[in-house]
Design a binder for this molecule. Structure first.
Ligand SMILES: *[C@@H]1O[C@H](CO)[C@@H](O)[C@H](O)[C@H]1NC(C)=O
Ligand SMILES: *[C@@H]1O[C@H](CO)[C@@H](O)[C@H](O)[C@H]1NC(C)=O
Ligand SMILES: *[C@@H]1O[C@H](CO)[C@@H](O)[C@H](O)[C@H]1NC(C)=O
Ligand SMILES: *[C@@H]1O[C@H](CO)[C@@H](O)[C@H](O)[C@H]1NC(C)=O
Length: 179
């Protein structure tokens, strides 16, 4: 726990040294994959540009083994340098334990808060419904990335792998650019 806090403080200081200017996030790509069609199917997975200022992403995943409560998640961040290289975060956690007390894991909570107002993945286990992340606006992401905890400028990817009973069943990859 101690090391998670110091990692968070570390990135905060690092980011503050590098980024003091206003930057702008751009969603560049979104990929969703079901690795087990008997477990889950992707209904939609998209980035939409309504107009110049309103862009969002949405994901809906149908779950076929409900109710589910044995889920492990790996979050891995990448920064594009010469190809995408691991960047600061590579966290594996028990999703149900996290959801039971979200304050105990501030780093996971930091990532979760990017979708919390727009998702039904907001309650304790078990889950007995589809997973929906609906219309997360780029402005919201932008605000969190550039103000809540500033990141250095660059291209990033976040991979989210969902394991059910220890087997990787779902893969999500979101790509964004901070400039
Ligand atoms: C963009 O679309 C949103 C949602 O329809 C609307 O509220 C907003 O006024 C639009 N902005 C511009 C610049 O057209
Ligand atoms: C994350 O950490 C795990 C366990 O140490 C390792 O197996 C995996 O390759 C790492 N992933 C990345 C993207 O570095
Ligand atoms: C979770 O999200 C759903 C759908 O947006 C909402 O109806 C519900 O009130 C939220 N629950 C909590 C505990 O925030
Ligand atoms: C979750 O699944 C793993 C892998 O199958 C298993 O080892 C573990 O006992 C399960 N945990 C619970 C609480 O059922």
């Amino acid at each position: 726990m101690c090391s998670k806090y110091s990692a968070l403080i570390g990135i905060f200081i690092l980011a503050f040294q590098i980024v003091q200017i206003t930057s702008l996030a751009e969603l560049t790509n979104l990929k969703c994959n079901s690795l087990d069609e008997t477990f889950a199917a992707i209904e939609y997975c998209r980035i939409k540009s309504v107009n110049r200022t309103y862009k969002y992403f949405s994901v809906k995943v149908g779950l076929f083994k409900i109710p589910i409560s044995n889920v492990t998640i790996n979050l891995a961040a990448f920064q594009r340098l010469n190809g995408y290289k691991p960047f600061l975060y590579n966290i594996t956690f028990d999703a149900c334990k996290y959801l039971a007390s979200t304050n105990k894991n501030p780093i996971v909570k930091y990532f979760h808060e990017f979708i919390i107002p727009y998702t039904n993945l907001n309650h304790t286990c078990p889950y007995n419904h589809d997973m929906i992340v609906e219309k997360v606006p780029i402005d919201f992401i932008n605000n969190r990335l550039t103000q809540v905890l500033p990141f250095p400028l660059g291209d990033y990817a976040l991979h989210t792998d969902m394991y059910y009973h220890g087997i990787n069943r779902l893969k999500f990859k979101i790509y964004l650019s901070l400039k």
